[in-house]
Design a protein around this ligand. Structure first.
Ligand code: ATR
Length: 282
């Protein structure tokens, strides 16, 4: 038996166990995925004592440990190091390596819906861990990347680190998130991504974008997946825009972790269906 954990605090409402256990079953793998609520002060002990055991193959890492866990690993992959956060750990005979698959998840999901992202003009709301992961992938591809965040300093820090990133191909700018900056940047945008927590349960009647700014030729991705149809996505649909729920990103980041643990291609359809069932959609 190979064990994979989700390490977070708290971990109560995670979809990851549903998704990974369905995938292990589908491929007949002797793997099991379990949730572990680990307090910040216990993280170091958990990683050094439990994660190196021979029956533990790896872990997913979630809030609030994505940054702090890096100090406890033997190696951190170059992409994760650049993003500054780890969401997946692989145990290779006691050697712990960290990866960030959040970024691949968002990119695959966007490419599924939009096609080739080169030449796209993208607005991203937020400058936290999720926004950082997505921005690094997009900056290597898209023409324009506008970062809007409630706290301007965080948006500027992210923009500055993207500009210094050798593979950056985008014109990157940062502004504080206001109705004026939204109006100005959405006018020119092809894609808008909500990478803030606005609209997430229990604040489901909140949207980060005024509905009057949404247009039919926009693609709107909300990384919030619970609920999957956020107020932002409902209003985008009503305005005739294309929409993407956070389920795609969740499943694709899980699929990339699955491949790292098992060496097998993940059954993405099964994972998608299991999450949709658990969330009561689909
Ligand atoms: P994550 O790792 O999931 O991105 P995070 O690092 O806590 O989580 O980031 C949350 C993001 O949501 C931040 O961009 C945050 O803005 P600040 O940097 O100003 O804190 C944004 N956010 C959270 N609540 C918000 C709100 N009510 N209005 C606007 N932005 C909000």
């Amino acid at each position: 038996m190979n064990l994979c954990y989700l390490i977070g605090y708290p971990v109560g409402h995670s979809m990851s166990a549903v998704m990974h256990n369905a995938a292990f079953r589908e491929l007949g793998l002797d793997f099991r995925y379990k949730l572990r609520s680990v307090k910040p002060e216990a993280l170091g002990h958990f990683v050094s004592s439990i994660m190196r055991r021979p029956d533990v193959r790896g872990a997913s890492v979630t809030i609030p440990h994505k940054v702090s866990v890096m100090a406890h690993l033997d190696e951190v992959d170059v992409v994760a190091r650049r993003i500054g956060a780890v969401n997946t750990i692989v145990n290779e005979d006691g050697w712990l390596k960290g990866y960030n698959t959040d970024s691949t998840g968002a990119l695959r999901s966007l490419e599924d819906a939009f096609g080739d992202l080169r030449g796209a003009k993208v607005v991203i709301l937020g400058a936290g861990g999720a926004a950082r992961a997505i921005s690094y992938q997009l900056a290597a591809l898209v023409e324009e990347l506008v970062i809007l965040n409630r706290t301007l300093e965080r948006a500027e820090n992210l923009a500055n680190s993207l500009i210094e990133f050798p593979e950056c191909r985008s014109e990157v700018s940062a502004h504080s998130l206001t109705s004026e900056s939204l109006e100005r940047s959405l006018e020119r945008a092809d894609i808008v991504i909500n990478a803030t927590s606005v609209g997430m349960k229990p604040n489901t009647d909140a949207s980060p974008i005024d509905s009057g700014l949404l247009r039919p030729d926009l693609l709107v991705l909300d990384i919030v997946y619970n609920p999957p149809m956020t107020k932002l996505l409902r209003e985008a649909e009503a305005a005739g825009a294309s929409t993407l729920t956070g389920i795609g990103m969740l499943v694709y980041q899980g699929a990339a972790a699955f491949k790292l643990w098992t060496g097998r291609n993940a059954p993405v359809e099964t994972m998608m269906r299991s999450v949709e069932e658990a969330l009561g959609v689909g």
